[in-house]
Design a protein around this ligand. Structure first.
Ligand code: ADP
Length: 420
C-alpha cells in the first residue's frame, strides 16, 4: 500500500476513493478504523471512512490517529486527511485538531489544506472558498443543520480551530506551477507556518499542487487534492494502472432511496424524483420523537410501494431550525439518522439490496446499521458519486452514497440505469 486516507465521513471517503481509482490506483474503501488483523490485500490506496466530522474533537483525533497507525503499519508512505469541499466544521473542529494530531504523528513540519474541487464548483481564491459563484458564507452551507459555515476566509476559519500557525499559498504562486508551489511550502515552513491553505481554481492547478506535495507526509483537503497524487507514484515507478471505469456484478433485489440530507441540491433532487412519479414519504424528527413515525410504519409503506420509493426527512432551513429548537440539534439529527438506519437494516431482511442514500452522516448511519466494513468502488453516477458494492459479506448489497450537495437534479432517477 502506498497511499492511506482518513475521511471524516462516508460519502467523502467514497468521493476520494473514486478519485484515486479513476487515477489508476487499486483502491478499497473501509468503513471505520480497520481491525489490527485487517487484510489490506493488494490495494495500493486505502480510504478509511470514519464518522468523525461532528463528534467531539478529542474523539475525532483518537479515531484518526488509530487509523493513521494502521495505515502506516500497512505500508502507507503518505497520509491524506479528507474532509468536505465546503470545509464543514465548527470553531471547535474537527479539521484543525485532527490535522494538528496527524502532522505530529507523521513527524513532518508542514502540511497543506486545500478543499478545492472545481468539478463540483468548489474553488479557493486568495484563501476564500467559493461554492459556484457564491462565497461559502453566502452559499446554502450557511444553513447546514450541523456545521453552518458563516465565514469564507479559510485561513481565519482554520486558525480558530488550531494553535499551529496557518498560512496561505495564494493563486499568484499556484498559477506558476509545481516548482513555485513547493518553494512556497519551504518558505512558509521557515516562517513557522505549519498548515497552508492553498488556492486552486482549476484541475490543472490541483495537479500541480499534487506534484509539489510529493514529499509531504500529510496532505489534507477534499477529493480534488488527490488528483495529482497517483502521478507521483507513477513517476516513481510504484504503480502502473492508468485508471478506468470499474464495474461489478449487481445482485438482483429490491431498491430504495433514503434521504437525510437537507442540502438544496438534495431537496431539488427530491422534487425532480417526485415530479417523475417516484412514490415519496416525508418523515420528520418531531414525528419520530412523538412516536407517530416508527421504523415499522416506514418499512410497511416502502414495501407497499409499486416502484422504487423515496423516504426523506429533508426540510428547508426554517423547519430544521424549528425541530432543533424543540429537540436540540444533535437529538433532531440522531432521531432521523437512527430511524433511516434501522429502516435500512429491516429492509435488507426483506430482500432489499440496492440502496441510494443522500447525506454524509445519514450514509454513515446506514452503512453501520447494515454492518458493512469494506466497499469496492464501481461506476460513477455523477462527479463524486459512484455505486459501491459491499465486500466480505454473504449477501452483497450495492449502495450509492451521495454527499448532500452532490449529484445532478435527476440523480435519483438516472442512477439505477448504471446497475442494469
Ligand atoms: P449532508 O451530506 O447534506 O451534510 P448529512 O446526512 O451529513 O447530510 O447531514 C444532515 C443532518 O441533518 C443529519 O444529521 C440528519 O439526521 C439531520 N436532519 C435531517 N433531516 C432533518 C430535519 N428535518 N430536521 C433536523 N435535522 C435533520
Amino acid at each position: 500500500m502506498l497511499l492511506g486516507a482518513i475521511a471524516d465521513d462516508l460519502t467523502g471517503g467514497t468521493d476520494l476513493a473514486l478519485m484515486l481509482a479513476r487515477q489508476g490506483m487499486r483502491t478499497v474503501q473501509v468503513v471505520g478504523v480497520p481491525a489490527e488483523d485487517f487484510d489490506f490485500g493488494d490495494a495500493e490506496a486505502m480510504v478509511v471512512a470514519l464518522k468523525s466530522r461532528t463528534i467531539p474533537a478529542a474523539d475525532a483525533v483518537r479515531l484518526s490517529l488509530d487509523t493513521a497507525r494502521r495505515l502506516t503499519a500497512a505500508g502507507a508512505e503518505q497520509i491524506i486527511f479528507k474532509y468536505c469541499s465546503t470545509f464543514d466544521s465548527t470553531d471547535e473542529g474537527n479539521i484543525g485538531p485532527v490535522t494538528e494530531a496527524l502532522l505530529d504523528f507523521v513527524g513532518d513540519a508542514v502540511t497543506l489544506a486545500c478543499p478545492a474541487f472545481p468539478a463540483n464548483g468548489r474553488t479557493v481564491y486568495r484563501g476564500h472558498l467559493f461554492v459556484g459563484d457564491l462565497l461559502l458564507s453566502d452559499s446554502p452551507m450557511k444553513d447546514h443543520p450541523l456545521t453552518p459555515m458563516k465565514d469564507a476566509n479559510l485561513v481565519r476559519v482554520l486558525q480558530r480551530q488550531t494553535k499551529l500557525a496557518v498560512g496561505l499559498v495564494s493563486h499568484d504562486v499556484v498559477s506558476k506551477g509545481a516548482t513555485a508551489i513547493s518553494h512556497a511550502f519551504a518558505q512558509a515552513s521557515e516562517k513557522g507556518e505549519q498548515i497552508l491553505i492553498v488556492d486552486a481554481v482549476t484541475d490543472e492547478q490541483l495537479r500541480a499542487i499534487g506534484a509539489a506535495a510529493s514529499g509531504l507526509k500529510l496532505i489534507t483537503g477534499a477529493a480534488g487534492i488527490a488528483m495529482g497524487l497517483p502521478d507521483n507514484f507513477r513517476r516513481a515507478g510504484k504503480i502502473r494502472g492508468m485508471g478506468e471505469q470499474s464495474s461489478f456484478p449487481v445482485p438482483t433485489g429490491l431498491a430504495v432511496i433514503l434521504a437525510g440530507s437537507c442540502s438544496t441540491a438534495t431537496r431539488r433532487q427530491i422534487a425532480r424524483a417526485m415530479d417523475a412519479g417516484t412514490p415519496a414519504l416525508k418523515i420528520d424528527p418531531m414525528g419520530i420523537a412523538d412516536g407517530s413515525i416508527t421504523v415499522g410504519s416506514v418499512v410497511d409503506w416502502i414495501r407497499s410501494a409499486e416502484q422504487t420509493p423515496l423516504v426523506y426527512s429533508s426540510a428547508d432551513p426554517k423547519d430544521v431550525l424549528e425541530a432543533q429548537a424543540r429537540l436540540g440539534r444533535d437529538r433532531a439529527g440522531a432521531l432521523v439518522e437512527d430511524l433511516l438506519a434501522q429502516v435500512a437494516f429491516v429492509l435488507r431482511q426483506h430482500g432489499f439490496n440496492r440502496f441510494l442514500i443522500a447525506g454524509g452522516e445519514t450514509s454513515g448511519a446506514v452503512v453501520n446499521a447494515l454492518g458493512l466494513k469494506a466497499l469496492l468502488i464501481g461506476p460513477e453516477i455523477d462527479p463524486g458519486v459512484p455505486w459501491t458494492r459491499s465486500i466480505g459479506v454473504d449477501q452483497p448489497v450495492v449502495l450509492a452514497l451521495k454527499s448532500g450537495n452532490f449529484g445532478a437534479d435527476d440523480v435519483f432517477i438516472k442512477a439505477w440505469n448504471l446497475l442494469q
